[in-house]
Design a protein around this ligand. Sequence first.
Ligand code: AMP
Length: 637
Amino acid sequence: MNHQNGAPRHAPDAAHYDRHHSRSITDPAAYWAEQAQQVAWYRAPQEILQSMPDGTHRWFADGSLNSCYLALDRQIELGRGEQLALIYDSPVTGQQASYTYRQLHAEVARLAGLLRQLGVGKGDGVIIYMPMVPQAAMAMLACARIGAMHSVVFGGFAPHELALRIDDLKPRLLLTASCGLEFDRVIAYKPLVDKALELSKHQPEHVLLWQRPQALSTMLPGRDLDWQAALKEAKPADPMPMASTDPLYILYTSGTTGKPKGIVRENGGHAVAMLYTMHQVYGMAAGDVWWGVSDVGWVVGHTLIVYGPLMAGCTTVFYEGKPVRTPDAGAYWRIIEQYRVNALFCAPTAMRAIRKEDPQGELLKGRDLSSIRQLFLAGEKLDSSTHQWLERLTGKPVLDHWWQTETGWPVTAPCLGLGGHVAGPGSSNRAVPGYAVQVMDEEGKPLPAGEQGSIVIALPLPPGCSQTLWGDHARYLSAYLQAFPGYYNTGDGGYVDADGLVYIMGRTDDVINVSGHRLSTGEMEDLVGQHPAVAESAVIGVHDEIKGQVPLALVVLKDGTQQDAAEVRQQLVAQVRERIGALACFNRVVVVKRLPKTRSGKTLRAVLRKIADGEDYSVPATIDDPAILQEIAASLA
Ligand code: AMP
């Protein structure tokens, strides 16, 4: 394991970064052809960049590779067989385990053989609905090995959400475990899977289940298979050559409607982007210990827990715990010290939770954090106060950077490997090479430095970014490319200052971010609207000190409804919890007489958000009845 100390390895060199960024934009094909040489392709691509008539792009179309080979076999070939690949630390079960590259390779190859034995092959979909056990990472890699597309569904999602994804992907196989653990609570997963399969039209041929001792599941004979038992019989499978444009995985993310969007990640662009990210953005080298604090159900889990660190030959820390209460707010400092972590990624919400419980950093005292070089934060807005607190407490640089499920890797970041300059609190840093970030007004006119508008990226997007949505290319074009022709619309608002530093102010659509989890208020509104006593509703994201945002539902009851408002409230909370999951934190429902509307009947959400957050607001000129705003302010007070 790496024991080097945490002194920053990269000195700032603005000219170096500038040269890279400018070449990546003026000649993207040449720039990424060079970067692609870092990848051990089976067949190196000759066709680097193709432009499609609809504005999308294809990267490295004639290349051939295997993503699992790059993450495991290749590392062994490079002499890292005995190096730790994955360290599992689970304060919720008291378990700690580690796997060298050779051991992880053996596990994955055998699981890949089992999947193949079960009839899973190239191009098949596999859903992975699992807690943070190493088998989840093995499952992802095993799919990649045989060319199956995995789709990991976050274990906190309720059966209804899982069913939506099953019907969209139509998986051949579903992989799960008997339970997950939340603090001291055991959450049985199998009843959730059974319920989802009752709700979904599509049925996978088998459910492969990893039994955990904390809760054993009952099995449906014929359909459900015991993972541990089946694995004993399995023979290892070799990696399968894949075309660069074959999907590696589908990852569903919330859009503005109830139907999740299946982001498609292609093997070739992804592999190039992973190596580039780990080296140039995060400044990591083979042998470093990296900790992506997240869950395999999110994009961070794909990029920064599994594929990125392993493809770069790092040791990845795989943590089944929370920032607090597993057992306390010192858990992160313990992990850093114990495994000599060199850099970590986490969402700001985790640090806010730690700060709330241990503002003075009592639990950090006496811990040796000398291994760590930087702390990278992203996933939601990093408030300056948390940024400064964390820097003061740890004495290490705290680096805000910005990306999305769609891009799969950072859009703005300090780019440590390129000598990138690091911004202070408030900014998510400069555009990473490959991304030409601009700000537009509503008419699609570029705005000057400092002015706030929609943040867009000039096409082509660099390798690794999703170029379509699973089964719905038209939705990709309308959701991302239509609003600003020639540009990808990120859905975020903000500005870029005269030094090129990007400031993200929040979403411009109906997506909110709860503890770094992206959720659709439109979907919650749909659910609320299904209640028989509800005439109409508006669900908005309001500020929360720890979670960043939480949903607030303003509900108008039907005239003459017999139901008591408190009862409706309770039922709505229960309904959203059951259908979306507890992760939505949908607890606040306020019954109001009317909603503020424009004369054309559109709900004025922006002004509702301001009222709910206690900010000053001006009465919109388009409002049909200004008096309503005071009524709502009084209801929320
Ligand atoms: P997800 O696709 O779930 O990773 O969510 C992506 C969204 O999270 C972005 O579109 C932003 O709205 C938000 N986000 C991510 N990183 C940051 C950041 N550093 N600052 C502000 N918002 C962020």
